[in-house]
Design a protein around this ligand. Sequence first.
Ligand code: B12
Length: 359
Amino acid sequence: MFLLFVRTERGEAVISLDQLSNAIHAAGFDAFAIMPATPLEKYLPVLEEAQAEKRYPAFAHPDLKKRINPQALQPSAQSVISLAVAYYTGDAGPTPPLHGTISRSAWGRDYHKVLDERMDKVVHFLKEHCGANKCTKAVDTSFLVDRALAIEGGLGYPGSNCAVYVPPFGSWVFLGEILVDVDLSPTKKEGQDGWSCPIECDACIRACPTQALIAPGKIKPQRCLSYLTQTSSFPEELREKLGTRLWGCDTCQQACPINRQVEPVSDPDFKPFVGPHVPLLSLLNMDKNEFAESFSQTSVAWRGKNILQRNACIVLGNQGNPEALDILEKTAHNHPSLAVQEAALWAITKIKRKQTNPH
Ligand code: B12
């Protein structure tokens, strides 16, 4: 039996790794790795290069040294438990007319909430059985680089599309971590140092509609469709590339041969809650309360109603269906947001152009 040595202020305790593993799986996680809470120095140059080449995401914290240092978040942290939850629940199927498609990571309940609730159970176990006093949870909610921690701990490896793959779930995993003030034995095995995509077929790079992926592990977020569906301005020259995507983009993950072998999981939290396909005409008719009623349980809600309605206009323009013209005209004249009005006008022009010149 693999034993986990737990060094606490009150001495040394021993629990089996199986006990901790059982608690983590019972809490709803599919995989985990334990590592020391020391700075991840080897990732600093990766982040610095992204910043120097203007590929650093605008949403992300600018202090790079802080981002690779778990103790900057919790000074008493001794160990980090990096955690993964699988979310591939089956295929979306084709997008019906006048619908827009939501990326898989936003189909179910908001993963930030789901992982946070599940981490509470692990924290309880750590406090009850491992002598922990202070634990800090993070899932996309701190300045730490979730993917770097997952790679460093040996939980997964990076694909050329930047995503972290956790076998056998592919890259269809959410990541989170718990920082804990006890010293747990690391779980990384000898030789488990995957630092690049194992097949390097570059299918993801070739599939990216906007050439946002410029080389293995390197992305220009400003061109990534997932990013553009979340930001307040959407450059005109990239709007056609959005196709029928209403929120997020899964193209670089769907193109991956490893991901195509992944078996669906049946996690009820990640079964489609809204979508995967959303009717766009009713979305454009929604007021704030109706929007909150439909989307507040999902991770789509954080950027608010106007961004999603702006995306809906662009998708309708791309679909070129004249049935959307009435609501687009109303939106162009009456919508309180200038950005949504402008996107509606753009869509009207596209649909009318298609009517006069179907090819
Ligand atoms: C900002 C952000 C974005 C931005 C920028 C994405 C990006 N690639 O940087 C945008 C909006 C585009 C985005 C999109 C998506 N995101 Co996002 N995002 C984040 C966030 C908040 C920060 C990421 C960040 O710091 N990027 C800066 C770069 C430099 O860091 P990084 O990509 O994380 O890269 C590290 C590893 O990729 C690794 N690496 C990878 N390959 C290689 C190769 C080599 C040679 C080396 C040396 C290193 C290396 O090194 C990097 C630095 O340490 C994280 C949460 C968090 N706090 O970490 C979620 C996160 C990365 N996103 C996530 C998800 C699910 C997505 C989407 C799939 C959502 C969707 N369907 O639309 C897409 C995927 C796009 C893509 N191909 O990366 C998950 C990823 C899970 C996974 N299995 O990898 C995260 C971890 C959220 C979570 N907690 O689950 N996202």
